[in-house]
Design a protein around this ligand. Structure first.
Ligand SMILES: O=C[C@H](O)COP(=O)(O)O
Length: 270
């Protein structure tokens, strides 16, 4: 039986999507770091990561290394290929070389606008792991599926397909993000109970198909219009291990507030 209270370090990951050039990226990251330092953020207690566009990653790396920041970073996508004649693609080893920790796979915007199938998501996830990156593999249902009450089965199907063929120890280390498509960038947040329902089902599926200890270790995030005001309620759910934040990660005070949800809950916000 998977233990929903097993120790898993919460992760707050900011997906900048196609926003911020490299100069703007440096400004935002510097300000985020100062804000969190000023509030004495404990990065071992709540991990913080940013996922900039590819063109910003080298600048982010220089800043993180130069200032010895504890903020981690990663990319928003990765190729299924290792190298060669694949115009416009970026390989997993290129990201590792840039010091990336994380990479998103299967974000709904890639599934929707770039027709990424579950097989492609699985191949990208495997390539990322092979190169030493931690994939944040995204799953989530659209509005029609939710209305037809098929959301849990839909997400479990995406999880099964995305994890196919991966080794137990690799699954243990990866991160899954549940993002209901109808809640992305719409201001429409799933309730904390909606997030818990699907995330607990995903953990249960991993327990069943892989192992209870892997299910206890794997971190599962919620994403979809998360704001400072909603983060505490979402994070109070026993199976939710963090948030994948889009729009609010472009506003330093909002994102810092999300990262500090524990302090804010405890009333240390002043
Ligand atoms: O990757 C992040 C998600 O797509 C959520 O975006 P959002 O916070 O703007 O709704």
């Amino acid at each position: 039986m998977a233990d929903p209270t097993a120790a898993r370090t919460p992760l707050m990951a900011g997906n900048w999507k196609m926003n911020l050039n490299h100069v703007e990226a440096v400004h935002l990251l510097q300000k985020l770091s100062w804000t969190l330092q000023d509030k004495k953020h404990d990065f071992d207690r709540v991990e913080v990561a940013v996922l900039p566009p590819f063109t910003d990653i080298r600048s982010v790396q220089t800043l993180v290394d130069g200032d010895r920041m504890k903020i981690k970073y990663g990319a928003q996508d990765v190729s299924t290929h290792d190298s060669g004649a694949y115009t416009g693609e970026i390989s997993a080893s290129m990201l590792t070389k840039l010091g990336c920790t994380y990479v998103l796979t299967g974000h709904s915007e890639r599934r929707q606008h770039h027709h990424e199938t579950d097989e492609v998501v699985n191949a990208k996830t495997a390539k990322a792991i092979e190169a030493g990156l931690t994939p944040i593999m995204c799953v989530g249902e659209g509005l029609e599926v939710r209305k037809a009450d098929g959301h849990v089965e839909h997400c479990l199907g995406q999880v099964d397909a995305g994890l196919a063929g991966l080794k137990q120890d690799d699954v243990r280390k990866l991160v899954i993000a549940y993002e209901p498509v109808w809640a992305i960038g719409t201001g429409e947040v799933a309730t904390p109970e909606d997030a818990q329902e699907v995330i607990a089902a995903i953990r249960g599926r991993i327990e069943e198909t892989i192992s209870p200890s892997v299910a206890d270790s794997v971190r599962i995030l919620y994403g979809g219009s998360v704001k400072m005001a909603s983060a505490g309620g979402i994070m109070a759910q026993p199976d939710v291990d963090g948030c994948l934040v889009g729009g609010a990660s472009l506003q330093v005070d909002e994102f810092a507030g999300i990262c500090r949800y524990l302090d804010l809950q405890l009333g240390y916000s002043s």
